[in-house]
Design a protein around this ligand. Structure first.
Ligand SMILES: Nc1ncnc2c1ncn2[C@@H]1O[C@H](COP(=O)(O)OP(=O)(O)OP(=O)(O)O)[C@@H](O)[C@H]1O
Ligand SMILES: [Mg+2]
Length: 327
């Protein structure tokens, strides 16, 4: 047994070089060019989860320093609750140790920097300036707007966009081959769509599906994907929606309740399912607006708590009401 066999797939298949970072070729090319021209600036990578920020900077470090890159790189997780003083001291001792065999600068990776307090970010900008001579910072964050503008202006920014379905497909097919998995075409299509540009999610779902494969089922099918991702199956959504459109109020309520219970769905999953299915319906703009704005209010309400029965009734009310008005 290979020692990588019990690793989660997101780690097992973490890109080991920049060439294995999928779907972010513009960024990869640019940072590579910086390195080859020997003028790497401070970097800021931001964007949604699972799009390759951490992977790219680690791969870049490997490309700069080779296999022993760990000596030249300090990885700090900014959201660790240790206070800026600890961070400052770590950076200070790391940056000031003499590099006898140095290749210029050392790299400091600050992960999840948007979770730092404003005060901490403020002191960070001084730290960056102080150590620019022999270090480069790479700041990783999900949201750039949560970062201090003064910090932003010290870095060259790269936005990691959600990974395209095509790029996820390439990676997923690669993994499927290496793991000798079988997956039906519809299941693959759903996996790519439901991953929403998040490679981590795609790999996690695939691994969960593999674990769910029994001895007699060899192929991953669409139902398994929906189950592992916890998203409602379009058929269930259609069923619930159909009932709202055709049945009286009590019956629709019972159908919704039934779908929720039997499939283990939360009301909030049903709402996103409705929105997706309704986007394929031919509705008057006014009706669509009424439904969407109604559902969004309910969604907000659910996120704040409240009574499930009331919310369920409200959903039926919104959809029925909007369609009544259309007539
Ligand atoms: N562009 C990509 N190419 C190949 N694999 C990727 C890519 N993006 C993510 N992955 C896979 O997903 C896992 C998580 O990626 P990574 O840690 O780089 O995401 P991240 O952008 O840093 O996310 P977060 O914002 O949550 O920190 C990686 O181990 C890798 O397996
Ligand atoms: Mg990360």
């Amino acid at each position: 047994m290979d020692k990588t066999d019990n690793l989660p797939w997101v780690e097992k298949y973490r890109p080991s070089s920049l060439d294995e970072v999928y779907g972010q070729s513009d960024i990869v090319e640019t940072v590579r060019k910086f390195v080859h021209e020997g003028r790497l600036p401070h970097l800021l990578f931001y964007g949604p989860p699972g799009t390759g920020k951490t992977s790219t900077i680690i791969a870049l470090a490997k490309e700069i320093y080779g296999p022993n890159y760990k000596n030249m790189v300090l990885e700090l997780n900014a959201s660790d609750d240790r206070g800026i003083d600890v961070v400052r001291n770590q950076i200070k001792s790391f940056a000031s140790t003499m590099q006898i065999f140095s290749k210029g600068f050392k790299l400091i990776i600050l992960d999840e920097a948007d979770a730092m307090t404003a005060v901490a970010q403020n002191s960070l900008r001084r730290i960056i300036e102080k150590y620019t001579k022999n270090t480069r910072f790479c700041i990783l964050a999900n949201y750039a707007h949560k970062l201090n503008p003064a910090l932003l202006s010290r870095c060259t920014r790269f936005r990691f966009h959600p990974i395209s379905e095509q790029a996820i497909q390439e990676r997923v097919q690669n993994v499927i081959m290496k793991e000798s998995l079988q997956i039906s075409p519809t299941a693959e299509e759903s996996l790519l769509r439901l991953s929403g540009g998040d490679m981590r999610r795609a790999l996690n779902v695939l691994q969960a599906c593999k674990a769910a494969l029994g001895d007699d089922t060899l192929e991953i099918d669409q139902d398994m994907i929906y189950e592992c991702i916890g998203a409602p199956h379009p058929q269930d959504i259609e069923l619930a929606l159909d009932s709202i459109l055709k049945d009286d109020w009590t019956k629709s309520f019972l159908t919704l309740d039934q779908v929720k219970r039997s499939k283990g769905l939360a009301l909030i999953d049903l709402i996103s399912g409705f929105v997706e299915v309704l986007s394929n319906y031919d509705l008057k703009p006014k009706t669509r607006i009424a439904i969407l704005s109604g559902l969004s209010e309910i969604e907000y309400g659910i996120s704040k708590g409240g009574n499930d029965k009331i919310h369920t009734s409200a959903i039926i009310g919104v959809i029925k009401g909007a369609l009544e008005n259309e007539k």
